[in-house]
Design a protein around this ligand. Structure first.
Ligand code: HPA
Length: 276
């Protein structure tokens, strides 16, 4: 058997020994946004360290567990803390949690992250709903023998961020009077922040915000046929646009400040997605 698929099966069996919960929506909480898990009526928590062979997050602000439960009446699984490529894991391990949540039954994936703003109309603290992405600066998680059991060799990428889910997010923002930008997100590997020259390059490529996650997860989820949406918290203006040096503490602080509004958008969007 393909070793990547075998690992996925083993992790699946390991989680199924703890819970038979079937989520409809999978949620990934980015840097500083982990508190959203408090919104869940918890049924079960499974720490990443309890799952044999599972990658564990080493980043401050990322807790490292799955939370299973309900948002209102919607069954969800939430990743409180994600794994990043820059932590040194193979890219197939970075997307393993996404594949696992799909295998556990999640049809929808709600990705969140913290990013640096490149679009000159953005300011620190803005939210940006992803309409598309640039993946070419990160390794593709589908490289290697294709796992035919979960998806096709050459998946279409023309509509990764589901238009119906995008409409839901925009209507929630409208109903709650929360302003939200739309744009293209690029994933770079990190862990160093970008140089000003790199930001100028990304700007010329039509990128609105940059970060170190999300895109590889969206590729793996799209491969499995999940319906995906994503919101970024633009925590700072990117290097060369912002005049002061960037720090992870600043990113976390900005995300924490945005958390209450973020919670509102996320919670209400999930309730409406649950009704689809
Ligand atoms: N660059 C990359 N990742 C980020 C940034 C940034 O400026 N801010 C938050 N995550």
């Amino acid at each position: 058997m393909n070793p990547v698929f075998e690992k996925l099966q083993n992790c699946y069996e390991s989680v199924r020994k703890k819970t038979d919960f079937v989520p409809k929506v999978a949620i990934v909480l980015g840097s500083g946004l982990g508190k959203f898990a408090d919104e869940i009526d918890v049924v079960e928590k499974v720490s990443y360290t309890e799952i044999e062979g599972f990658p564990t997050s080493t980043v401050p602000g990322h807790e490292g567990r799955f939370v299973f439960g309900y948002i209102d009446k919607v069954p969800v699984v939430c990743m409180q803390g994600r794994v990043h490529y820059y932590e040194g894991y193979p890219i197939t391990d970075v997307v393993l949690p996404i594949r696992l949540m799909a295998k556990l039954g999640a049809e929808y994936l709600f990705l969140t992250n913290a990013s640096g703003g490149i679009n000159r109309d953005f300011k620190a603290g803005d939210f940006m709903m992803l309409t598309d992405h640039v993946s070419v600066f990160a390794p593709n998680p589908l490289i290697g023998p294709n796992i035919d059991e979960i998806g096709t060799r050459f998946p279409d990428m023309s509509s990764v961020y589901n238009p119906i889910l995008q409409d839901i997010i925009m209507s929630v923002a409208d109903d709650f009077d929360i302003s939200i930008q739309k744009g293209v997100y690029a994933q770079l590997t990190g862990p160093s922040f970008e140089s000003p020259a790199e930001i100028r390059m990304l700007s010329k490529l039509g990128v609105d915000a940059v970060g170190m996650s999300t895109v590889v997860e969206a590729i793996a989820a799209n491969h499995m046929g999940m319906k995906i949406c994503a919101i970024s918290c633009v925590c700072n203006l990117a290097a060369g646009i912002c005049e002061t040096p960037l720090t992870h503490d600043e990113v976390q602080e900005a995300a924490a400040k945005a958390a209450p509004l973020f919670k509102q958008i996320l919670r209400e969007s999930i309730i409406r997605i649950g009704a689809l």
